[in-house]
Design a protein around this ligand. Sequence first.
Ligand code: NAD
Length: 476
Amino acid sequence: MYPELKLFIAGKWRKSGSDMPVVNPATEEEIGRLPCATQSDLDDALDAAQKGFQIWSRTSPRDRADTILRAAALMRERQEEIATSITLEHGKPLKQARLEVIRGAEFFEWDAGEAMRTYGRVIPAAHGHKFTVHHQPVGVVAAFSPWNFPMSQPARKIAGALASGCSVILKAAEETPAGALHIAKAFEDAGLPPGVLNLVFGNPADISGYLIPQDPVRLIAFTGSTTVGRHLTTLAAQHDTRVLMELGGHAPVIVCEDTDVQTAAISSAIRKMRNAGQVCTSPTRFFAHESIFDDYAARFVERARATVVGNGMDDGVEMGPTANDRRVPALTALVEDAVAKGATLATGGARHGDTGYFFQPTVLLNVPDSARIMQEEPFGPVAVVNPVTSLDHAIAQANSVPYGLAGYAFTNRADYIDRLVDEVEVGNLSINTLEASMPETPFGGVKSSGYGREGGTEGLDNYMTVKNVWHSVSIV
Ligand code: NAD
């Protein structure tokens, strides 16, 4: 049911000196032992990635794409096995884990196509001269993926890097290592040359601290909290290393007075609880026009309260546990602070059950701006639902946080949509849907939510450098 956990370096699987437990967050039972990379393992990974880069960067884009597509097809074939591992290590409902596997495969499929479209250009020049612009892979990528989507998060980083011709050393999340391990296995079976993809685990700070300063590493690709992202960016800057940062979010949802209140409220409550709210694009701050606020809030609370919480392996479960033992105390503290400052706790607000890291689906109403949750991303199943007096008020509230990843609105008014597109400070704005992105759309943040884009036609830009060539036919 759960794979044996190993490091993958230079095309070979290996154990290492020490290991750490991997725990099922629904049962708190140990399901595996994760080897931690030593410095010598990391040196081997660096050496392998350098050699891998020499091979892979010279492999034709079409051959690169073929290998990536073969690996993606294996991931689709192995959907049930991978999804089961994800549910065991992360806790999400099996149905959502299955969708995650398909989304991960889609990231690879999209970027495989993009591998063949990294066009350069010809710039008009004087007779006897040619100016040509070439896109070339940046080199070895050190990538760090988080635990909220054990398979699709590493997939995004590996897909962009491999499609561009880069090699990768991925440190996936220690809480949820099997998602990344299944990806590495699929690439091994698809015939990826040794060293092009390397997978390590261990103490995150020790691994990033060791890898980032190393000369062959040319790009740091990270998804996680803004605090850690800033730290890694600072470290990278000391070595003039590029970064791709997908950081936190605190998504606003503007619910306008013209919307279908019942449908918007039910959709809001369901989407908020997806992945137990542990999504960087999770809708969290709901701002409903005062004329519909009572109706919207009542329907939202009713649907949130009805969420079926339980072990993701059980049929009918809509929301699993939070992913680790850090989330329950963090969420409890945010709720207690909001209530102490005057918010109404309409439902939830505490740990769910005695075993596992479950938190109740929670809705806070009329939360004052002074509450910590109005600025801090909860990263859990906690929603804030507040009334606003106008679109101006709603947009001001939406933009009142340092984050700018995803934003949402429910409205059909063209004049409102026009203003939302111009004025809401986010990298991804969705109207009448709480979906934020697809493999073919560019995903990323503004403000403290990071820089760079994954997916879309922009996705490979991070992994490539631009070289201008001036070729003069005669010496001048
Ligand atoms: P955290 O900030 O300690 O860790 C976040 C991620 O960064 C983890 O995957 C961790 O392994 C990694 N990390 C931490 N320190 C690192 C270092 N020095 N070098 C390299 N990687 C490092 O917090 P956490 O308790 O794991 O998660 C809570 C917060 O993280 C949430 O509040 C949320 O903001 C953020 N988070 C964001 C995403 C996302 O998709 N943007 C995913 C997971 C977590």
